[in-house]
Design a binder for this molecule. Sequence first.
Ligand SMILES: O=c1ccn([C@@H]2O[C@H](COP(=O)(O)O)[C@@H](O)[C@H]2O)c(=O)[nH]1
Length: 249
Amino acid sequence: MSVSGRGTSQPSSLQPRIVVAMDYHNADDCLRVAHQLSPQLCRLKVGKELFTACGPQLVEQLMTLGFDVFLDLKFHDIPNTTAKAVRAAAELGVWMVNVHVSGGRRMMLAAREALEGLQSPPLLIGVTVLTSMDADDLAGVGVQRSPEQQVLYLADLAKQAGLDGVVCSAREAHALKQACGKDFTLVTPGIRPVSAEQGDQRRIMTPAEAITAGSDYLVIGRPITQAADPMLACREILADIDGACDHVQ
Ligand SMILES: O=c1ccn([C@@H]2O[C@H](COP(=O)(O)O)[C@@H](O)[C@H]2O)c(=O)[nH]1
């Protein structure tokens, strides 16, 4: 059984706010690390690499271990296809699922509608601007707004379509909480402890900065999964954010 209380969009002070991105290529590596982690301390994210390699069976195995699973497949398709994919994710029993906001209002409304009537629907979250993108990357795809302006614009669309929150960078969290309200869930990848490598991420913050800025859930991959001791890395990050959580809540 999961510890988190599915269906609530805001974490209570006792619920894990770290979501470990299990970006592995096979079930053995993923399960070895999952066994070292604890559902009391973190939730898990299954993304495109792991899901494509291992499928829904692995998601079920992770849930059987007691973890809440964020199925991060970032659906982006015509409304009918997206809605059916979101429904399939819900039937799998995941805690959180996401779609690209740039799929548009009708697509998001269809996704929302696909969850109607379910007793314990997953949180439905919209992806705004990938945390790997900066202003130059946006300009390269024809978007002249700054990343923050574009995130705010897309978050407003997501909120109007009834989504529970958005994926954004922690750098936009403060402005988003002001614009969309404290109950609008903010899921923030691009989290880097001070000593960690930035890699391909562009809009980053440390775990404590992210909590202070208003992030609800911190998505953290390589700083934990590539560590010699993932559980220790997770505990160190928890210690880092503990003070910040006390400050915010
Ligand atoms: O804007 C986004 C949306 C999703 N992600 C995903 O989060 C993790 C981050 O992993 P790190 O190793 O901590 O960089 C990864 O699975 C991405 O697919 C994101 O980074 N940015």
